[in-house]
Design a protein. Structure first.
Length: 135
């Protein structure tokens, strides 16, 4: 299993929107590295859901339920989307400040490439973040 971090602005598509919908197509990614991360996702992979811009915190865990296919929001075949579903809300959100303060996360992609909307996580990073969230 691989681990990821996916980012959404909560005023555009929040965790509560995601839970209400029960499943969503992760569309609109227009960065090559983020697109390559979407292409690398496998069924059952886990993704931490991060509220960007407002809140700046991890709020839930999602699961990949369909792998990459053409993004339906564009006619350009180079862009892809995946389908994800909410797995569980985090008992305690994990703030960006807390992530930055944790030495075990010093090399985390979120901190090195803060504008990237789909970031690969190591298994150790995923476990650390889940521990910080009270799981």
């Amino acid at each position: 299993m691989n681990y990821w971090l996916i980012k959404s602005e909560p005023d555009v598509y929040s965790w509560s929107d995601f839970e209400r919908d029960g499943v969503t197509e992760w569309t609109g990614v227009r960065n090559y590295q983020a697109r390559n991360n979407l292409r690398a996702m496998a069924l059952g992979d886990r993704a931490l859901y991060y509220h960007s811009n407002i809140g700046k915190e991890l709020v839930g865990i999602a699961e990949v339920t369909r792998t990459a296919q053409q993004d339906p929001t564009t006619d350009n075949a180079q862009w892809v989307s995946v389908e994800v579903r909410p797995k569980q809300a985090l008992p305690k959100p994990v703030s960006l400040a807390a992530i930055k303060a944790e030495p075990r996360l010093a090399n985390m992609g979120l901190l090195r490439q803060s504008q990237l909307s789909v970031v690969a996580l190591t298994a150790d990073e995923f476990v650390c973040l889940c521990e910080m969230a009270g799981l």
